[in-house]
Ligand binder design. Structure first.
Ligand SMILES: [Zn+2]
Length: 689
């Protein structure tokens, strides 16, 4: 399960020249004179008629979506920038870094991937050790052991293993076991007629991989493998069931686990995972466990072996010779995701080492082999101490503004409000990179042994988790690498913004602060507000699983939320396709809360001074404009039609428009009046956070 470890045309220039340019680039913002793209605006549009077009209309009119893309956003240009920088860093590390340094290790890994000749020559021999271990397995016990080794090798497992803070004893770690075994993205792919063609393509892919391995009777074996997975899919929980934190918290002693699931070789499995000493686990999809184990027991050994052999080939294919890698691309990226062409080799090499884009559709190619090592190298060059200090000051103001707004809230009952304030005080907002770097000192990386590097890095990574299992939870830890263009809300009561997302237009240390508050400030406020809403109500100030809302809080919240849902359901981003106000409700509430919090945080940052006017725009205007341009993007109609039925986030235009019209200061800032398209009477504006 290496592909999911941890729970989205560039020319080389000399490293020296490029880095020097970046280090002095702090003086000038990336967009415009003060971090905002004035040329993107369409001043012929009244702000109250279409705030998105007012802020970004000229850009929208001029921008063409690339032919191979469904949408184009500035977020994508941020990803391109990260990849270009990593490309250059890895090329230079591979060319000659000081031996023994982190650069030398990452460079050697990159070099091993780029050594295509060696990869081709090895072919399937690169995974001969795993295939031999499978064919040598005498019984289910031996196969259970290999499943445990899914933590440190290419093997698959019918039960997943992760380590996380214990949701009911938050200062300690726990081992979480979950349902696994499926090679398709979800159980629906096996069970719903809509996915019949993908399922058939999957079976062909299994047969192709088995035949590349020289497995006997690949066609019949593939049919049996898919049948085995279909049985598991039938008894697996749905994604919705899996999201229920109460139902997935089922602590078990080792004896309890065995009596729940006598048909599975748990001792061998835990030994394979280097967890021999573990006495307690949490079984997530509890009722599925005995059923999955029973399928394991009743499936012929030969089918289990074929399944494991296929899984190893599938998990390793990204690092193998062209027949394997191409087959994997054709199925995983092209058939399942519609990606037209394989990424160039250096981009794939970046992903292999642990860098590059791990967000969105590309998550299928997201690997973490040396991700935190690459993060240390990246941030040393591209996230200055000045940038870290600026974003930390912004974060402090956002948190203080959130506190002030919670204190003033008129709908939350006093006792619940006290809980909310206590929870806010324990929240950590982490920016840039982890304060404690991970240690890679003993990890051996060789420039001519790609698959060996992957194995050794996985062992290294898993040992990090196993070694700390009995220590108190380390709240400074990160689960996303610093070079990732994304953010997350974690189980450590933390909100994490890696250096990768702290780039223009989200954040620019050289920009006017109002722009940063409107962009990244509102996004931080958005994430923070999730900790206090109908999602966050389930985890208390200690981070433990306990509903801290009263029924009265819930009904007050719901009343306000309904008004916002009605507003969003009235929006029609493309003809005859409306936003689903219920589906997007949680995210829209967070956008509205986030922008309110950011505006107040900006006011705090002024310390009583009046903001200067820049190019005719006041401070408040710039906060709203910064927000709108942070969401600048253009999508094809089909993409939006799919988005409104499946994505809990509203289309970008309405992320710009939706929150602003519920904020009084927006009306004052832009002189929005009755009669303007998006005018809302003051008593109808939605106020939640
Ligand atoms: Zn959100």
């Amino acid at each position: 399960m290496l592909k999911t470890v941890v729970g989205t045309a560039w020319k080389c220039v000399s490293a020296m020249v490029f880095l020097a340019a970046v280090n002095t680039a702090n003086a000038a913002p990336q967009y415009g004179a003060w971090g905002f793209d004035l040329s993107a605006m369409d001043l012929s549009v009244k702000p109250g008629d279409d705030f998105n077009r007012y802020a970004s209309g000229a850009w929208l009119a001029q921008t063409t979506i690339p032919a191979d893309k469904a949408l184009f956003t500035l977020r994508m240009t941020m990803t391109d920038a990260i990849e270009s920088r990593l490309h250059e860093l890895m090329e230079s590390a591979a060319a000659g870094a000081q031996p023994g340094t982190l650069d030398a290790k990452a460079g050697a890994f990159y070099k091993a991937f780029m050594n295509e000749g060696r990869v081709q020559a090895l072919g399937k021999d690169a995974i001969a050790a795993e295939i031999k271990a499978i064919t040598d397995s005498a019984d289910r016990n031996a196969l259970g052991y290999l499943m445990g080794k899914s933590t440190t090798d290419f093997y698959g497992s019918i039960f997943t293993i992760t380590e996380d803070a214990d949701l009911k004893n938050i200062d300690r770690y726990a081992i979480y076991l979950g349902q696994g075994g499926l090679g398709l993205p979800d159980r629906d792919y096996y069970l719903k007629p809509d996915f019949a063609s993908q399922k058939a393509a999957y079976q062909a892919y299994v047969a192709q991989m088995l035949s590349l391995l020289g497995w006997k009777d690949p066609q019949a074996s593939a049919a049996a493998v898919v049948k085995f997975e279909t049985h598991i899919a039938e008894v697996s929980w749905t994604k919705v069931e899996q999201r229920d934190l109460d139902k997935t918290y089922n602590p078990k002693s080792r004896a309890g686990l065995k009596s729940l699931t006598p048909a599975f070789a748990w001792d061998a499995f835990l030994k394979g995972a280097d967890l021999n000493a573990v006495t307690r686990v949490i079984a997530s999809e509890e009722s599925a466990f005995p059923k999955i184990a029973a399928i394991f027991e009743s499936t012929p050994l030969s089918v289990l072996k074929a399944w494991q052999a296929f899984t190893v080939a599938d998990n390793a294919a990204f690092y193998l010779s062209a027949p394997f890698a191409t087959a994997r691309f054709q199925f995983r990226n092209h058939t399942l995701l519609g990606q037209p062409a394989e990424a160039v080799r250096w981009k794939r090499a970046l992903r292999a080492v642990g860098g590059g884009d791990c967000t969105g559709d590309d998550r299928v190619d997201c690997f973490g082999n040396m991700g935190f090592a690459v993060g240390q190298i990246y941030t040393a060059h591209y996230f200055s101490p000045e940038a870290k200090a600026k974003i930390e000051a912004l974060v402090a103001n956002v948190k203080a503004a959130m506190r002030a707004r919670l204190e003033r809230l008129d709908w939350m009952t006093p006792a619940t409000k006290q809980e909310a304030l206590a929870k806010l005080d324990t929240y950590q907002i982490k920016v840039g990179y982890p304060d404690k770097p991970r240690n890679f000192a003993g990890l051996e990386i060789q420039p001519d042994d790609l698959v060996g590097n992957v194995r050794r890095a996985a062992v290294w990574d898993w040992r990090y988790y196993v070694n700390r299992l009995n220590n108190p939870v380390d709240r400074s830890d990160w689960t996303m690498t610093p070079q990732t263009n994304d953010a997350y809300n974690g189980s450590l009561r933390d909100i994490v913004f890696p250096a990768g997302i702290l780039q223009p237009p989200m954040f620019d240390p050289a920009a006017d602060p109002a722009i940063n508050y409107g962009a990244i400030g509102a996004v931080i406020g958005h994430e923070l507000s999730h900790g206090f809403d109908d999602e966050g109500r389930k985890l208390d100030a200690k981070g433990e699983l306990r509903d801290w809302w009263t029924p009265l809080d819930a009904s007050q919240f719901t009343k306000r939320a309904k008004k916002l849902a009605t507003q969003y359901s009235s929006y029609e981003p493309v003809p005859r396709a409306h936003i689903n106000g219920e589906l997007t409700l949680g995210e829209n509430i967070a956008d509205l809360g986030g922008l309110n919090v950011a505006l107040e945080a900006y006011h705090r940052s002024l310390s009583g001074q009046t903001a200067q006017v820049l190019d005719g725009f006041t401070g408040d205007q710039r906060v709203f404009l910064g927000w709108a341009q942070a969401w600048r993007g253009k999508a094809r109609e089909d993409y939006i039609r799919k988005q409104v039925v499946s994505d809990p986030h509203s289309p970008r235009a309405f992320r710009a428009i939706g929150p602003t019209r519920n904020i009084d200061e927006w009306y004052t800032a832009f002189g929005v009046k009755p009669g303007d398209v998006y005018y809302v009477d003051p008593d109808q504006r939605v106020r939640i956070w």
